[in-house]
Design a protein around this ligand. Structure first.
Ligand code: DGJ
Length: 470
């Protein structure tokens, strides 16, 4: 073999073995309830998030989290052109050496706005102790959208900090900025966004965590959740024609008992296109304690009609044209591989084949029992039946060289039975792949500060069918 042939073979080996992540940058749709992989092939970690559009690009800010504790792990920043594929930009605000955001403190619900008066980017957040007993709304500033942000401490109103936990932000069409807190309080910011000048709305309701506000024409919509720790609940909303109110309670965002399609609100992004404005509802499907590896996002188009908003159906995948604002349905794969198809799918350990309505699943709770799918193509995904006894599955996808090209944990817990897409790989170079889904014998459960127990009561991994993209 001559030198050039060896060099080409080495290059191809390098490409395949190390994955060209440039090829992973088109995810082709917005997926809910699955891990997303960024341009580095790492799980996108951006919870309690918001999105800011700047110079034609979308910037996503969110909590990084870890799998070991609830301590602040930094706020990440990603960017995207299409809202499908995310480039990791920076740890916009890392764990501080000391202060309210030092080690073993809580840092949550990061929201960034650009102050029109100064051009500065102002990041708002909730800082606290690990037991949530020292609540502050704080802020940080940066000249660049991706940071680094400088932590400035408490946001002051008449010289006093705001002792509230869940918070959000809203920028009105006139450029005025507002901070929202649980309970539905709305605070108007000063011209430089660095202090509060007026309490615009007070004591609207009790609870109302994860406050999220947006406007369509002359109507304001204010969404929040009940208080149930990391467990999801039926989020609800109010409307008004002035931020001062009166705020009128309008009911639930999604059908009752669907727990907002198993997520908690964090932000609504209006995507103003040349043909339509689409309202992107962004929610978190928490997964305590494995928030870094298994918490996912539920992003759905919100239908807004007069004083009413709704998400009547859950969509595993959908597309948005960010130029026109037009939404369409999306197809995750080209063909289905049934979980009974022995040509592709093999199970090891104890599995039981059961049917839930017409949904066929192979289910196991035996630690290390596994399911393997061998296929040729560019992408694989699978459906599963989440339920109250669902555990964590480990998912590892390897290429023909045996190199891991995607891995994550999948949380099969949901308070109700919910058949849905639970994993989708990035789009990869065409190759022979092996997907292995194993039972970890672990589950997401936790207690809150009142020692109430939440989460899964079992370790079940109920796997449905697979989808492949050629
Ligand atoms: C629900 C809140 O919305 C989250 O931000 C977080 O504070 C959890 N509670 C903690 O239990």
């Amino acid at each position: 073999m001559n030198f050039f042939a060896s060099a080409i073979i080495f290059f191809l080996f390098f490409l395949n073995g190390n994955l060209s992540f440039a090829q992973k940058t088109n995810n082709g749709a917005i997926y809910s309830g699955v891990s997303w992989f960024d341009d580095r092939g790492e799980i996108v970690r951006a919870h309690g998030a918001n999105i800011l559009k700047d110079n034609g690009r979308y910037y996503l800010f969110g909590e990084a989290h870890s799998d070991t504790s609830n301590a602040f792990a930094g706020f990440n920043c990603y960017s995207s052109q299409d809202l499908y594929t995310w480039k990791f930009e920076s740890v916009a605000l890392p764990v501080q050496l000391s202060s309210k955001l030092g080690a073993n403190r809580v840092g949550e619900r990061v929201k960034v706005m650009r102050c029109p008066e100064t051009g500065e980017y102002i990041m708002f957040l909730h800082a606290d102790t690990l037991t949530y007993k020292d609540q502050f709304v704080d802020y940080a500033t940066s000249k660049n959208i991706t940071g680094p942000y400088t932590f400035q401490g408490a946001l002051l109103f008449n010289g006093n900090p705001i002792h509230k936990w869940d918070m959000g932000t809203f920028q009105d069409t006139d450029g005025l900025g507002y901070v929202l807190t649980h309970g539905g309080d709305i605070y108007k910011l000063s011209d430089d966004y660095k202090s509060v000048v007026e309490a615009v709305n007070k004591n609207m309701t009790s609870g109302f965590e994860a406050p999220t506000l947006f406007r369509k024409d002359s109507i304001y919509y204010f969404i929040g959740s009940h208080l149930s720790s990391w467990e999801r609940n039926d989020n609800y909303y109010f409307t008004a024609t002035s931020l001062k109110g009166p705020w009128i309670s309008r009911g639930l965002v999604a059908p009752e008992n669907k727990l907002t399609w198993d997520c908690q609100s964090t932000f609504v992004l209006p995507i103003q296109g040349s043909k339509e404005t689409t309202y992107l509802f962004m929610g978190d499907r928490w997964s305590y304690p494995k928030q870094a590896s298994a918490a996912t996002y539920v992003w759905q188009p919100l239908s807004v009609d007069g004083f009413s908003i709704s998400m009547p159906n859950y969509q595993d995948a959908w597309s948005i044209d960010t130029v026109t604002g037009v939404v369409s349905t999306a197809k995750a794969g080209d063909k289905t591989i049934e979980n009974t198809d022995k040509k592709f799918v093999t199970f090891s350990g104890k599995w039981k084949h059961v049917k839930y309505n017409s949904f066929s699943v192979y289910s196991s709770y035996e630690k290390d029992a596994s399911c393997s799918v061998k296929f040729k193509g560019t992408r694989i995904g699978f459906y599963a039946l989440s339920g109250s006894e669902g555990g964590y599955a480990s998912v590892v996808l390897r290429n023909s060289l045996g190199k891991t090209v995607a891995s994550c944990l999948v949380d099969m817990y949901c308070k109700y039975s919910f058949p849905s897409l639970k994993f989708i790989s990035p789009i990869l170079p065409k190759d022979n792949y092996n997907l292995v889904v194993s039972v970890t014998g672990e589950r997401g459960n936790w207690t809150d500060k009142k020692k109430i127990i939440y989460g899964s009561t079992g370790y079940f991994i109920p796997i449905g069918n697979f989808i492949i993209k050629n």
